[in-house]
Design a protein around this ligand. Structure first.
Ligand code: GMT
Length: 375
């Protein structure tokens, strides 16, 4: 198949899922065309099956806001025609599903039918998409996609609750490439980060408010009073500066390291003992899954789709959003003896393997076939 994937190219979860999916599809012999404003961060190499098309929005004095959707839909029209695209797969409803729909309609005028699969990721529904400024356009583009998927059952429920949806939504969970993890474990350099008697606790995110970064610091503060530990904060975003201030206020500067964005998260997770994810909302929690496949148990909130990934008492623990006292106690429970930690580590990885890429990618291929038959 010739597949066009529209996504954000950034470190955010939806971009990572879209990129990994495209790479996996290309390995299965499909021609994959990424269409976005910058080469996706996880797309290291292009090859004969992977192509990248940059969307440019030239500036013009009249534009207060640059018309990205317009440029994207025009680009899609050109690419569909030039590369005989069989399917458009848009990740994150805003504005991709809307631009994809416009491209489909323009192509229809020329007698070209191209089906569109829309994958809902989370904040496009729960945080941004349901805002009255966007809701009608988001509902319209969901209702007018040929196939719609959500990354968890919880997100499907939220979509049906927040929008007037008149169509089926298929749940296709996020996935992980377990083969890559085994490779990265060959050079695990724990000694660079902590003393032998210290546990390593990690958080990875884009440091937005929804991630409750202050809770990460507060939970760590309580854990390290009982168990010698270091905290590694991976990522960048608006909540980094307030988090650094809190670290200072609590006198934790020697124990907390901010590492910024990283393309080598697996190498950090390979020496981590615990992952913290206290998010306010999380449709799936890809970061938790990435931790688990690297044998890192997860102490998290029970928001959204996290319980579909982190199994309470098995791969880690779940608490209500904001219950930092309980999260800290759960962390201490996991970390305080080697046997318990080893059990959680092994169960975390076992559970994560259920989300292996080889189980999930064929589900998307089936949906592409279905969309192509029904268009
Ligand atoms: O919140 C983020 O980290 C970014 C955001 C995105 O769409 O780029 O993530 C959402 O999609 C991820 C991939 O499907 C999910 O794993 C995240 O749970 C989801 N984030 C939220 O719902 C807050």
């Amino acid at each position: 198949m010739n597949i066009a994937i529209v996504c954000y190219p950034t470190f955010g979860g939806s971009g990572v899922v879209a990129t990994e999916l495209g790479i996996a599809l290309s390995k299965r012999g499909h021609q994959v065309h990424f269409v976005t404003y910058k080469q996706p961060v996880r797309l290291a190499l292009l090859n004969e099956n992977i192509h990248f098309h940059e969307v440019n929005v030239p500036d013009y004095p009249l534009f207060h806001y640059q018309p990205y959707e317009l440029a994207l839909s025009s680009k899609l029209v050109t690419i569909v025609k030039k590369h005989k695209i069989d399917i458009l797969h848009v990740h994150y409803a805003i504005p991709h599903a809307y631009a994809g729909y416009m491209a489909k309609e323009m192509l229809k005028q020329e007698g070209i039918q191209v089906p569109m699969v829309t994958t809902l990721h989370g904040t496009d529904i729960t945080l941004v998409g349901s805002h009255p400024f966007y809701r009608p356009a988001v509902a319209f583009s969901i209702n007018n996609s040929d196939v719609v998927t959500s990354v968890s059952a919880s997100l499907k429920k939220d979509t049906l609750r927040l929008f007037d949806i008149k169509r089926e939504i298929d749940v296709v969970p996020n996935f992980i490439d377990t083969s890559q993890v085994e490779d990265s474990h060959t050079d695990c350099q724990r000694e660079l980060m902590a003393q032998p008697d210290e546990r390593i606790i990690t958080h990875v995110s884009n440091f937005r408010k929804v991630k409750r970064i202050q809770d990460v610091i507060e939970v760590f503060h309580r854990i390290q009073l009982e168990v010698p530990a270091k905290l590694l904060m991976v990522g960048e975003g608006p909540e980094r500066a307030p988090a650094e201030q809190l670290v200072k206020k609590l006198g934790l500067q020697e124990k907390v390291r901010f590492l910024g964005n990283s393309n080598e998260v697996d190498k950090i997770l390979c020496f981590s003992d615990l992952f913290l994810l206290p998010s306010e909302a999380e449709s799936f929690g890809l970061a938790a899954l990435e931790a688990m496949v690297n044998r890192v148990p997860v102490v998290s909130s029970n928001a959204g789709g996290i319980p579909e990934v982190n199994v309470d008492g098995v791969t880690g623990f779940l608490s209500n959003v904001g219950n930092i006292a309980e999260m800290a106690l759960n962390g201490i429970k996991i970390l305080s003896d080697d046997n318990t930690l080893a059990q959680f580590k092994s169960r975390a990885q076992k559970e994560a393997i259920k989300f292996d890429i080889n189980h999930i990618v064929p589900l998307y291929e089936e949906l592409y076939e279905r969309a192509m038959v029904n268009v």
